[in-house]
Design a protein around this ligand. Structure first.
Ligand code: CO
Length: 176
């Protein structure tokens, strides 16, 4: 088990657009394993490679593991390599999000509730899925944003964003 350090908001890697990942790279298996370890250790439901300092197009999700009872590794582990958000549609939905790179902040973010996606898994198999909904669609969009240098706080209204940034500055200073 290798838990890696998570980059915190303000690090330039989190603002960068991630480069395509090579699904045949044998190193990827170790990275993915470490990403799940890191995600579970920090009680997250998703983690993108840039959050551990790797600017490559890869994220992992386990959106329904039982975080409260600490029964790690239940739920379904999913690996998304070079994912594409083909279409976001349906109705706008507000849902309270947090992020392991944005300590202590939780805010309601508006996103579409249905998506069509494309990605490659760790075995190199390509998938296309339409009509993805629920928490899985929510987490996918949050992690997908990470690959484009976008944090959930960037999606808040300008006033809310200003407030949150001030709050965040204080929180990060206290952590140091
Ligand atoms: Co995040």
């Amino acid at each position: 088990m290798a838990v890696r350090d998570i980059l915190i908001c303000g690090d330039p890697v989190l603002k960068r657009k991630a480069a395509p990942a090579d699904p045949t790279d044998p190193e990827l298996k170790t990275i993915v394993k470490d990403m799940f370890d890191t995600m579970y250790e920090n009680r997250g439901v998703g983690l993108a490679a840039p959050q551990i300092g790797l600017s490559i197009s890869l994220f992992v999700i386990n959106h329904d593991w039982n975080r409260d009872e600490g029964k790690e590794k239940d739920g379904v582990e999913e690996v998304f390599i070079n994912p594409k958000l083909l279409k976001a549609y349906g109705k706008d939905e507000g849902y309270e999000e947090g992020c392991l790179s944005v300590p202590e902040i939780h805010e309601k973010v508006q996103r579409k509730d249905t998506i069509d996606i494309e990605y490659t898994d760790l075995k190199g198999k390509k998938h296309t899925e339409t009509g993805v909904t629920g928490l899985r669609a929510r987490v996918f969009q949050h992690e997908y944003d990470h690959l484009h240098g976008i944090l959930f706080i960037d999606r808040l209204s300008p006033v809310k964003k200003m407030f949150v940034k001030k709050e965040l500055k204080r929180i990060i200073e206290e952590m140091e």
